[in-house]
Design a protein around this ligand. Structure first.
Ligand SMILES: [Zn+2]
Length: 143
């Protein structure tokens, strides 16, 4: 009886351990995506619109060639910086994918721990008997 209580406690702890980073990850990625989308998109938008205005102003004769060149190189540098920031943001998303892969791997290991030796059915974590054929799964957990 005490063993079952211990197994139940471990199971609960493992479930909390697995769920926590997923919930935190969802919140973190939502917040970060919103921030970075607005931030990098705003930067790119401003830089590209300003570049277009400079082109128009130059064509309309409002800017001399010297001003046009200096403004254009300044704004092009800003647009490139915004694009680099955007790519850096995507690099962060890659880390999230790694985390998800890690969680999936841990889940798969836990599942295989309760995989039925008789019919190979992948039972839920903490199952003591196979959901498909009713075989006890205790031996597999211990080994
Ligand atoms: Zn089975």
């Amino acid at each position: 009886m005490a063993l079952y209580v211990g197994v139940a406690l471990v199971t609960a702890a493992v479930v909390i351990f697995l769920i926590q980073p997923v919930v935190k990850g969802i919140h973190a990625s939502l917040e970060r995506d919103e921030d970075e989308l607005t931030d990098t998109e705003a930067r790119k938008r401003v830089a590209l619109l300003a570049l277009r205005d400079v082109e128009y102003d130059f064509l309309a004769g409002k800017l001399d060639e010297e001003d046009y060149r200096s403004l254009k190189s300044e704004l092009t540098a800003e647009a490139l910086a915004a694009l680099e920031a955007d790519e850096a943001g995507r690099g962060d998303s890659g880390d999230d994918d790694d985390l998800e892969t890690e969680i999936a791997r841990i889940r798969e290991e836990l599942r295989s721990g309760t995989r039925c030796g008789a019919c190979d059915f992948a039972n839920e974590q903490g199952s003591r008997f196979c959901s498909a054929c009713g075989q006890p799964l205790g031996d597999r957990i211990a080994s």
